[in-house]
Design a protein. Structure first.
Length: 430
């Protein structure tokens, strides 16, 4: 798309689709989680819900990405919004039947395996290659705003005031809004390779595998996928451990988790601004590796926060003792808040830098498959740890679990970064 105004307008509409879609999805998932907890009071059924909404990505994500690559993107987004709205309408009718909600949640996430990669694939079609770092940063910001608005603000308020039906109604209306916004997107080139046009026939398996072939054939893209998968798995683990950590380590109630982890959002906001600027002076591969290193160091700090408190007070202080003496805030809490800032910033920087590398490394006709492959790998690697982390934290403590997970992630990152099994192919321009 040529012309700065045209590019900006098209990108803005895509970001609106992304924000509203994420708002709808996260409001729905939050409401379903609360419904399951209140009706069953069972960690088994809670874990089952996590498995139900994660399984489509692992089992069908790459196939969904293939469909998103082979079909017109605008049509995929419009039809996907209508299909998800229909599923939510069925949820609204059957909201008193827990079994039906599980099946419908599964169907909702199945459709999302096509629409999510389609949104990612639309980005390089709407902005020039040199604008991808900034556009990717805005794309990540749009998702974060939608997630926060849906799961942190609107869903909790509506659920408490009016019940689960109001959240389902909000989700339904939001998805209808997504369909309207998606319909206003300009038609985008399919950019599929000639052999992909026959992929609905005997070549389907080859088309599905193309995403992995592209990534595994280029070392920068492979490292981007690996680092992004590691960072996403770590942050999912942190989200699970956070309530246990707040209660066990900081000595405050788990209801305050959102306030203790709020500084991570500050770090994320700073990273969204800084990463595109830094990309002008440093290679994206360097940025994502440095960001992952900072993330690992920050999580190690959170795992050793009690020991670090004594060391810092003895040698650095950083004003922590002043806060404790004058404001009555524990030095452990203050140090946790400080460490949450680089943790949130580094995780976001990894996402922005790695996604930009994947965009640049992938042909237009395979973008959705590449991102679907990455999402499937991230969900596959994080599903089991996410399910068991809470139980293990009850046994050995959340800080021990966090330290163990961080050490394993650090070893994995070191191994893949030192491996020479993948060729050093140059990035392909989109």
């Amino acid at each position: 798309m040529s012309g700065g105004a045209g590019t900006t307008g098209a990108l803005g509409r895509l970001l609106q689709v992304r924000t509203l879609g994420q708002l709808a999805q996260n409001a729905l998932l939050y409401a379903l989680l609360i419904v399951v907890v209140e009706r069953t009071d069972s960690s088994f059924y809670t874990g089952l819900l996590v498995a139900v909404v994660t399984a489509p990505s692992i089992l069908l994500g790459v196939l969904g990405g293939t469909l998103a690559d082979l079909l017109p993107i605008r049509g995929v987004l419009v039809a996907g919004a209508w299909l998800r709205a229909a599923v939510v309408a069925l949820m609204l009718v059957n909201r008193d039947q827990l079994g039906a909600l599980y099946w419908l949640a599964f169907l909702f996430m199945v459709v999302s395996q096509v629409t999510g990669p389609a949104e990612s694939a639309a980005l390089p079609r709407l902005v020039p290659a040199e604008g991808l770092p900034r556009a990717t940063s805005l794309f990540v910001l749009a998702a974060m705003v939608g997630q926060a608005a849906g799961a942190v603000v609107l869903a909790p308020l509506l659920l408490k005031a009016l019940g689960v039906g109001s959240v389902l109604a909000l989700t339904l209306v939001s998805l209808l809004g997504v369909s309207y916004l998606a319909a206003r997107l300009a038609p985008m080139p399919r950019a599929a390779r000639a052999e992909d046009r026959e992929a609905f026939g005997p070549r389907l398996l080859h088309a599905v595998a193309l995403g992995w072939q592209i990534v595994s054939g280029q070392r920068p893209a492979f490292l981007a996928m690996a680092y992004l998968t590691i960072a996403m798995a770590l942050m999912k683990g942190v989200a699970v451990l956070a309530p246990y950590y707040v209660k066990d380590t900081l000595g405050i109630t788990s209801e305050n988790t959102v306030y203790v982890m709020a500084p991570a959002a500050i770090g994320a906001g700073l990273a969204l601004v800084a990463t595109p600027l830094l990309a002008r002076f440093f290679r994206l591969e360097t940025l994502m590796a440095a960001a992952l290193l900072v993330l690992l160091a920050s999580l190690l700090g959170l795992g050793l926060v009690v020991q670090l408190k004594g060391l810092i007070l003895a040698h650095l202080d950083l004003g922590i003792s002043f806060v404790e003496e004058r404001l009555g805030v524990s030095s452990v809490i203050t140090l946790t808040l400080l460490l949450a800032v680089p943790a949130g910033g580094a995780a976001t920087a990894v996402v922005v830098a790695a996604r930009t590398v994947l965009h640049r490394a992938s042909p237009l006709g395979a973008q959705a498959r590449v991102f679907a492959t990455q999402a499937a790998l991230a969900d596959a690697f994080s599903l089991l740890p996410t399910l068991v982390m809470g139980s293990v934290a009850d046994l050995i403590g959340p800080r021990s679990v966090l330290l163990g997970a961080t050490v394993i992630a650090a070893w994995t990152a070191y191994y893949v970064s030192r491996s020479r099994r993948f060729p050093q192919a140059a990035l392909q321009p989109t």
